[in-house]
Design a protein around this ligand. Structure first.
Ligand SMILES: CC(C)(COP(=O)(O)OP(=O)(O)OC[C@H]1O[C@@H](n2cnc3c(N)ncnc32)[C@H](O)[C@@H]1OP(=O)(O)O)[C@@H](O)C(=O)NCCC(=O)NCCS
Length: 178
């Protein structure tokens, strides 16, 4: 049992990478999870955009993001999994792209994912001037879709067979204007 006051949400450090990869592998299927080098680079390039949930020695959730230059027109290639953060991220960007979020299976459904998601948004909106936020989610990830919809994200388009999982599921691109 966790007690909320003992949970820390903090910026990820490079020493956390193995535990972050455990969450990645627990959260996504083989052809969907991203590589250690890409994830490590995200936390090195944009530490403000990469938070972990910690309880004692355990890291049980993470969220990663980038800052993009807002463009009304969206190119689906921007969302390619395993893309290098330096291809689109700029600290002066005004659209927050939430590249990933995961919570270890055994801790899901208890409010921690929402806590992490809202904390990242609060921290980033305090420090950077944002116009909007964007992300992509599989049509099959009901929990994530609910989390985003309840927090004001709306579908802008679908990328056909975006995920190379067993169903070749479509990706839903969702955006929220601030
Ligand atoms: C998405 C994820 C991070 C959410 O974390 P979580 O700790 O389980 O979520 P929370 O308990 O904070 O719930 C947040 C919201 O998600 C929704 N939700 C959570 N579990 C759900 C479920 N099993 N079915 C449907 N909706 C669910 C609810 O809308 C909930 O909000 P509410 O309690 O106000 O109704 C987690 O489920 C996860 O790691 N999933 C696998 C990886 C993934 O799909 N990542 C998304 C990448 S785009």
């Amino acid at each position: 049992m966790f007690f909320l006051e003992k949970i820390v949400i903090r910026t990820a450090k490079k020493e956390d990478i193995k535990k972050i990869m455990d969450i990645e592998h627990d959260s996504f299927s083989k052809n969907v999870f991203e590589s250690e080098s890409v994830i490590l680079n995200r936390l090195l390039v944009f530490p403000d955009g990469f938070l972990v949930l910690e309880y004692g020695n355990e890291i049980f959730g993470y969220i990663s993001s980038e800052l993009w230059e807002y463009s009304k027109k969206i190119d689906e290639k921007m969302f390619d999994l395993d893309h290098d953060i330096t291809s689109l991220h700029k600290n002066s960007g005004n659209e927050l792209y939430i590249s990933s979020i995961g919570v270890l299976k055994k801790y899901r459904g208890k409010g921690y994912g929402k806590l992490l998601f809202l904390e990242l948004i609060e921290q980033i909106t305090k420090k950077y001037l944002l116009k909007s936020m964007i992300l992509t989610v599989s049509v099959n990830w009901a929990a994530a879709i609910n989390l985003y919809e309840k927090n004001g994200f709306k579908e802008v388009f679908r990328i056909k067979e975006f995920f190379e999982d067993e169903n070749n599921s479509d990706g839903i691109v969702m955006r929220k204007y601030l």
